[in-house]
Design a binder for this molecule. Structure first.
Ligand code: ADP
Ligand code: MG
Length: 419
């Protein structure tokens, strides 16, 4: 199995940058182990001891892609890879932010001067959480924060949500705010949507905040109803591999907004508030109605994807509940085909992971996350995991692509206090 060894050179830096930061985030190693103790680094940096240390994980989504902004179903699991934060309160209105993973030193901001779209590069994620908390009326009077993360950045594994959620959990504890995990996830999403300016749904923050060890999180994004679904891969002799293609194609950001708009147009044309309200059984008639009404072909395809994808989540839940985990493989394959052909958010690298893995004997595979690069997941029998990983790596070499990062997705705990 291959490990990350070098930063991904093809990943794009965030659009906004500030003088505080010299370079884009390098991709941290795919190892879940974090070498340095963030408390020690905090003490060296700020000259005092932190009041606590918190962790929040990255995630992969097992099934339910491009459904969270349609009030639909998702099913993520947390990775063992986490963002960790050592934090101490301040009362003077200063917010000092530092990341061990970014060159450029401490970013100093004033909490009462935080406003959306100010830039701040990576620091916008934790600063946005402070802004969102204060906007919601919570008395966050400043903090010193040191962050470090093992979640690969820009790999579709939600390193940004991990950063938001770890910051939100830490400030919630230290300032005694008494907010629930779901409320903290929503504030993290608000930070990313309104402060950073990325129009993401709620899945990533909810996964990082609410997942539990050994489970996938079945989440209804309409009302945030959730259920922890046992997902004990080892007990079934299975493994779920994450394959980080280590590419991120620039057209992804615009395409995400376009797909959202197409879904909204589809719902509006059908007289629905969101596509969630269209039942699977009504899909055929709805597609005919859209075609008769002259809807754009891309709208028709997006509607078909979302309704089928919600149905696939329910299929996977039923299989997991029945203990037939391996049978979820073909559902993952169908999900990939739909993201590739209907939603059109895949890319040659992701398609190659899926085709090479399935050809080498995987039970199923699909892209995960927003697409246009990032990561895919591959469900395999434990016995053939190395063969399948080797086949994917060989296929990438033959295609002239960068070596992918491959590691097992062990369903892990959500955000928590460590010290
Ligand atoms: P993803 O969430 O899929 O990893 P995003 O583009 O949403 O990708 O978020 C990646 C961004 O999050 C990075 O460019 C950086 O600004 C920020 N980030 C992630 N991890 C860290 C870290 N360890 N230190 C500082 N910033 C980080
Ligand atoms: Mg992100």
């Amino acid at each position: 199995m291959t490990a990350h060894s070098e930063p991904a050179t093809t990943r794009t830096a965030p659009a906004d940058s500030s003088e505080n930061v010299a370079a884009p985030a390098p991709a941290p190693a795919a190892s879940a182990e974090n070498a340095a103790d963030p408390a020690d680094a905090f003490t060296r940096l700020y000259g005092r001891t932190p009041e606590g240390v918190w962790a929040a994980p990255g995630r992969v989504n097992l099934i339910g892609e491009y459904t969270d902004f349609n009030d639909g179903f998702v099913m993520p699991l947390a990775l063992p890879h986490t963002a960790r934060a050592a934090v101490a309160r301040r009362t003077d209105g200063e917010l000092r932010l530092h990341s061990a993973d970014i060159p450029g030193g401490v970013v100093s901001l004033r909490v009462d001067e935080l406003a959306p779209h100010q830039g701040h590069d990576w620091a916008a994620y934790p600063a946005g959480v402070v802004w969102a908390l204060r906007e919601a009326g919570h008395p966050v009077t400043g903090a010193d924060i040191h962050l470090t993360s093992t979640v690969p950045t820009g790999a579709g594994l939600s390193s940004s949500a991990a950063l938001e959620v770890v910051t939100a959990f830490a400030l919630n504890d230290l300032f005694g705010l008494g907010l629930s995990a779901a409320e903290l996830a929503l504030l993290g999403q608000r930070a990313e949507n309104d402060f950073v300016g990325v129009p993401c749904g709620i899945m990533d923050q909810m996964a990082s905040a609410c997942c539990t060890d050994g489970h996938a999180l079945y989440l209804d994004t309409r009302d945030l109803t959730q259920r922890q679904v046992p997902f004990d891969l080892a007990a079934h002799g299975l493994r779920l591999l994450v394959v980080d293609t280590r590419v991120k194609h620039a057209l992804g950001d615009g395409a995400y907004a376009e797909r959202r708009a197409a879904c909204e147009a589809g719902a509006a044309a059908l007289g629905l508030r969101t596509l969630r309200e269209l039942p699977y059984e009504g899909l055929g008639a709805a597609l005919e109605a859209l075609a008769r009404g002259g809807a754009d072909e891309s709208v028709v395809r997006c509607v078909r994807h979302v309704v089928n994808e919600n149905h696939r989540v329910e299929q996977v839940i039923a299989l997991l509940d029945a203990g037939d985990v391996g049978a979820a493989g073909p559902v993952l394959d169908a999900g990939h085909a739909s993201l590739r052909d209907d939603l059109r958010v895949s890319c040659p690298e992701l398609d190659l992971v899926v085709s090479a893995a399935v050809k080498a004997g995987a039970l199923g595979a699909r892209m995960t996350g927003g697409g246009f690069g990032g990561s895919a997941i591959v469900l395999v029998d434990e016995a053939s995991a190395d063969t399948v990983a080797g086949a994917v790596t060989a296929a990438f070499a033959a295609a002239g692509y960068m070596e992918p990062g491959i590691f097992p997705a062990v369903p892990s705990a959500g955000a928590r206090r460590l010290a």
